[in-house]
Ligand binder design. Structure first.
Ligand code: PXG
Length: 438
C-alpha cells in the first residue's frame, strides 16, 4: 500500500525511525489487527489499553452508525440530547456507591484537567479557596495537558515544559522496589508505609493549602506498578484526616481491567473523583469522563443562584452524540457478556503465564494484577530501551503479537475477550523474543 508518510507528525513516536519502516493496520476484528500487507496480529494491549470489548464489535459499530445518521452533533452548553444523559446513567450504575455525577470530556488528559478544576471549584464553593495545591506521585501518568504533566511524574514528559508547569504541586514517592518486591504475584506485601509520605508533604505545605491528591490506583504507562497491599487504604485515611480530596486516575484501570468495574471496587477504596476514558466506549469514538461524589456536585451547584453557571469549564465535544452512543452500547456489551467477570476468571492463568518468563534471558522483574502485566528487562549497556524495542519488533514480525514497551519494560493488557490459549500465545511470543534478542 503506497501511503505518503511525510505530512503527519506522529504522537509519542520516533518519527524518523517509524517512517523508515512503518507498521500500518488497515482493519481489526475481535482479538486481531490486519496489517497493510495482510498479516494477522494478535492484540496483546487492547490498542493502547482501551479496546476492552475487542475490536469491531457489532453492537457498538451499529450504535455509532445509527447515531451518525440521526444526530450528527448537538451542543451541550445550555442544550442537550437524550443519549448523553443515558450514557451518564449507565455509567453511574457501575460506579462506587455515592459517585453518581458524570462530566464528559474527549480524552483522559481532558478528564484529568477537568478533575483538577472541579476540586478547586469545590473547595472555593465550601469557602476553602486557599486549598490550591495538588499532590501527585513520581512516575505517575495523567495525560499530557499542563495540569496532567504537572501532577504527573514522568520526567521525559515534563522536561521540555518544566518552566511552565502548574505551580503548587508536590509528589509522593513511587512504590516500586526491586529489593523488597521483585517478582511479586499480584499486590506486593511490602510498601504500604510509602503512603505515610503524604504526612510529610502535609507537614511541609500545611493541610489547609492542599486541595487534593491524584494517583493511578495501579500505574500503567510508567511500566505497570502494582500498589502494595494496604497502600491505597492508607492514602484514603490520610486524605480524610486532612480534608484532601482523593482522585483515582482510572483511565487504564477502569472498565474491567482488574476484574471489577473500577480499581476502586477491586481495592475497596472509594475515591472522591475518578478520571476515565479508553474503555468507557471501547475507544470507538474519543471520550473521557470525570465521575465525582454526589456531595461534590451538590456543593458546587448549590453555591450559586439557579440561573448562574456553576462550573466554568467544558468542551465543544463534551458528550458528543457518537461518543455517547458508543458508550451506551459498550456498557451493554460489558454487562451482557459479563466481561469484567471474565477478566477476573482469566487473571490466574494470566499470572501463571507471565511468571513463566522469570527465567527467560534479561528479565529483571515481573508484575501483574487482573489482566495487566509488565515484564521489566535489564537495559543493554549504554542503550536504554533498545532491548525492549527489539523484543517488541520480534513479537510483532516473528510471532504476529502486538505488545507495548516503555523504556525497558514490556506491558500487556489484552482485550477482556482474550482466550486462555491467546494469553499463552502472547507470553510464548515474548519468551521467544527474549531468547532471540541480544
Ligand atoms: N491518565 C492515565 C492513567 C492514562 O493512562 C491518560 C490519563 C491520558 O489519556 P489520553 O486519552 O489523553 O491519552 C492516560 C493515557 C501507554 C499509553 O502505552 C498510555 C496512555 C496513553 C497512550 C499510551 O503507556 N495512557
Amino acid at each position: 500500500m503506497a501511503v505518503n508518510l511525510d505530512n503527519l507528525w506522529m504522537p509519542f513516536t520516533a518519527n524518523k525511525q517509524f517512517k523508515a519502516s512503518p507498521r500500518l493496520f488497515v482493519s481489526a476484528k475481535d482479538m486481531h489487527y490486519t496489517t497493510d500487507d495482510g498479516r494477522q496480529v494478535l492484540d496483546g494491549t487492547a490498542g493502547l489499553w482501551c479496546v476492552n470489548a475487542g475490536h469491531g464489535r457489532a453492537p457498538i459499530v451499529s450504535a455509532i452508525c445509527e447515531m451518525a445518521q440521526t444526530l450528527d452533533y448537538a451542543p451541550m452548553f445550555q442544550m442537550g440530547h437524550p443519549k448523553v444523559f443515558e450514557a451518564a446513567s449507565k455509567l453511574a450504575a457501575i460506579t462506587p456507591e455515592g459517585m453518581d455525577k458524570v462530566f464528559f470530556t474527549n480524552s483522559g488528559s481532558e478528564a484529568v484537567d477537568s478533575a483538577l478544576k472541579m476540586v478547586l471549584t469545590y473547595h472555593r464553593a465550601k469557602g476553602e479557596g486557599q486549598r490550591t495545591k495538588f499532590i501527585g506521585r513520581e512516575r505517575g501518568y495523567h495525560g499530557v495537558g499542563f495540569g496532567g504533566i504537572s501532577v504527573g511524574g514522568i520526567g521525559g514528559n515534563r522536561k521540555h515544559f518544566s518552566a511552565n508547569l502548574m505551580p503548587g504541586v508536590d509528589h509522593l514517592p513511587h512504590t516500586l522496589s526491586y529489593e523488597h518486591a521483585a517478582f511479586s504475584r499480584g499486590e506486593p506485601e511490602w510498601g504500604a508505609h510509602l503512603a505515610d509520605n503524604l504526612e510529610n508533604l502535609i507537614a511541609l505545605h500545611d493541610a489547609s493549602t492542599i486541595a487534593g491528591v491524584i494517583v493511578e490506583p495501579l500505574a500503567g504507562s510508567t511500566g505497570v506498578l502494582i500498589p502494595p497491599k494496604g497502600y491505597l487504604k492508607r492514602l484514603r485515611e490520610l486524605c480524610d484526616k486532612h480534608g484532601l480530596l482523593l482522585i483515582f486516575d482510572e483511565v487504564i484501570t477502569g472498565f474491567g481491567r482488574l476484574g471489577t468495574p473500577f480499581a476502586a471496587q477491586y481495592f475497596d477504596v472509594t475515591p472522591d473523583l475518578m478520571t476515565l476514558a479508553k474503555g468507557l466506549n471501547n475507544a470507538a469514538v474519543p471520550m473521557g469522563a470525570v465521575v465525582c461524589k454526589n456531595e461534590i456536585y451538590d456543593t458546587v451547584v448549590n453555591a450559586v443562584p439557579a440561573n448562574a453557571i456553576e462550573f466554568f469549564h467544558g468542551y465543544t465535544y463534551s458528550g458528543h452524540p457518537l461518543a455517547a452512543a458508543a458508550a451506551c452500547a459498550t456498557l451493554d456489551v460489558y454487562r451482557d457478556e459479563q466481561l469484567f467477570e471474565r477478566a477476573a476468571s482469566l487473571s490466574a492463568h494470566f499470572e501463571n503465564e507471565i511468571h513463566k518468563l522469570k527465567d527467560a534471558p534479561h528479565v529483571k522483574d515481573i508484575r501483574n494484577l487482573g489482566l495487566v502485566g509488565g515484564v521489566e528487562l535489564n537495559p543493554r549497556d549504554g542503550a536504554i530501551g533498545a532491548r525492549a524495542y527489539e523484543a517488541f519488533l520480534h513479537c510483532f514480525y516473528e510471532s504476529g503479537v502486538m505488545v507495548r514497551y516503555t523504556g525497558d519494560i514490556l506491558a500487556f493488557s489484552p482485550p477482556l475477550i482474550v482466550s486462555e490459549a491467546q494469553i499463552t500465545e502472547i507470553f510464548a511470543a515474548v519468551g521467544k523474543a527474549l531468547r532471540a534478542v541480544a
